[in-house]
Ligand binder design. Structure first.
Ligand code: SAM
Length: 409
């Protein structure tokens, strides 16, 4: 496969992975193709709130369409592009490409300049819009319009529907803990590793416009470019009670008591820095969606986890789950009632767990503390799990006893 063909598949795969693929048209059947369909069109649709892709065309004079899930559409495209069809037209997130395969199978990919996406495919194709979202469709929400997720009239653009759904799913978690946060006073929130901050703006919108609370939200990220973009959004929308800073999670120091710490998809041990900072400050609620938990996988020795270590992917998943299980047990040990919940459907991302920790009030004991501590000791002993970053940080802050008391050597 030449570079252009690889690039073409990269664009398609990331478009499907990120839900930004808008249209693919396959035409000019190859000589060896058995197809009677001269042209097929693939476009995203929503069925029962799940992302599918509709593959349609004409067989003779008979129209047909088939709905495929994201994995199946990738397989079908791989089996057709350059093999059954020589010409491919592609639209992903407002950009368009065309690719042509020579008779020898060599691909030439061209990104079309200044091409815009047809407007009739830009609105969400959801076939099942009955579900009531906390941030509903149909009413323009300034930050969603600004970030291109909604049209100015409040319709969700199809390529952003998964993001809209993720935002709403996340807002449900905020709604679930809103009673644990101040009712009258300003709610102080830090969003660690805020990135482009869709979810930070969503928190601000939900709390100020729907729950009618006063907030002071700080979005922190080490990347200056994302912080600058967020500044511009705040400025252009005239938002009050939200600001962004460039900095590192591990060294950030707030000037007020923080009621809610959020860390969503902060990479690897940045999640542990976020959690340990929050615990150190006595934060009332922590919402954390861990991401790329490489720490344990990098130190597990060959054969250490019987059976699973034979397969890289199984060991990797075991390590990720173990890291999150240890995190939630440690949070119990340092005074938080902790739950691990599903954040978004597994089909969209493997990074789909949310750790929710609510600080127990000082005189209420955890009914399961003894049991959790016992299970943690036993588990780590059986699989020889070493101290993880969160343990070390909590020990450094003297919030957790030294390792010898927790893990038998
Ligand atoms: C995958 S993005 C997630 C963005 C956003 N929270 C979301 O869920 O859409 C992770 C972000 O965390 C930031 N980040 C990672 N480690 C960090 C650290 N130690 N301090 C500050 N920001 C960090 C990265 O720069 C990046 O913008």
């Amino acid at each position: 496969m030449n570079d252009d063909a690889e690039n073409l598949f990269d664009v398609i795969e990331s478009g499907v992975g990120e839900g930004t693929l808008q249209r693919v048209v396959l035409s000019q059947p190859t000589r060896r193709s058995q197809t009677t369909t001269n042209r097929v069109e693939i476009r995203p649709i929503m069925l029962k709130e799940k992302q599918f892709y509709q593959w349609s065309g004409l067989r003779g004079s008979q129209a047909f369409h088939e709905n495929h899930d994201p994995q199946a559409i990738l397989t079908a495209l791989r089996a057709s592009i350059g093999i059954s069809y020589r010409h491919i037209h592609l639209a992903v997130e407002g950009r368009q490409w065309s690719a042509r395969f020579s008779r020898r199978g060599k691909c030439r990919l061209i990104q079309e300049k200044h091409a815009s996406t047809p407007s009739n495919s830009s609105i969400s194709t959801d076939h099942n819009r009955k579900r009531q979202y906390l941030i509903p469709e149909g009413q323009p929400v300034p930050f969603l319009v600004q970030t291109g997720i909604m049209t100015p009239t409040g319709q969700v653009r199809s390529r952003h529907f998964h993001k809209f759904r993720q935002i709403n799913r996340y807002v449900e978690f905020i709604a679930d803990v809103v009673d644990k946060l101040p009712h009258e006073d300003v709610i102080h929130i830090v969003d660690f590793g805020c990135g482009k901050s869709y979810l930070t703006f969503a928190t601000h919108y939900y709390l100020t416009q729907i729950a009618q609370r006063r907030v002071a939200i700080t979005g922190l990220d080490r990347r200056n470019d994302v912080v600058q973009t967020c500044h511009k959004i705040v400025e252009s929308l005239g938002l009050v009670g939200i600001h962004f800073e460039q900095g590192d999670i591990s060294t950030y120091s707030p000037s007020d008591h923080i009621h809610l710490v959020v860390s969503l998809h902060a990479c690897n041990t940045a999640t542990d820095d976020a959690i340990s900072q929050a615990v150190r400050w006595g934060t009332d609620v922590i919402l954390s969606v861990p991401c790329c938990q490489h720490e344990l996988n990098a130190v597990v020795k060959a054969g250490q986890i019987p059976l699973l270590s034979r397969h890289g992917i199984l060991q990797e998943r075991f390590c990720a789950l173990t890291t999150d299980a240890v995190r939630s047990a440690l949070l119990e040990q340092v005074g938080y009632q902790t739950q691990v919940l599903e954040f978004v459907d597994m089909e969209h991302t493997a990074k789909n767990l949310l750790i929710r920790a609510v600080r127990r009030n000082s005189n209420s004991e955890s009914p399961q503390l003894e049991q959790v501590t016992h299970e943690l000791k036993q588990f780590c002993s059986v699989f020889q799990i070493p101290d993880l970053h969160l343990q070390r940080r909590l020990q450094e802050f003297e919030l957790l006893q030294p390792p010898a008391d927790i893990f038998p050597k």
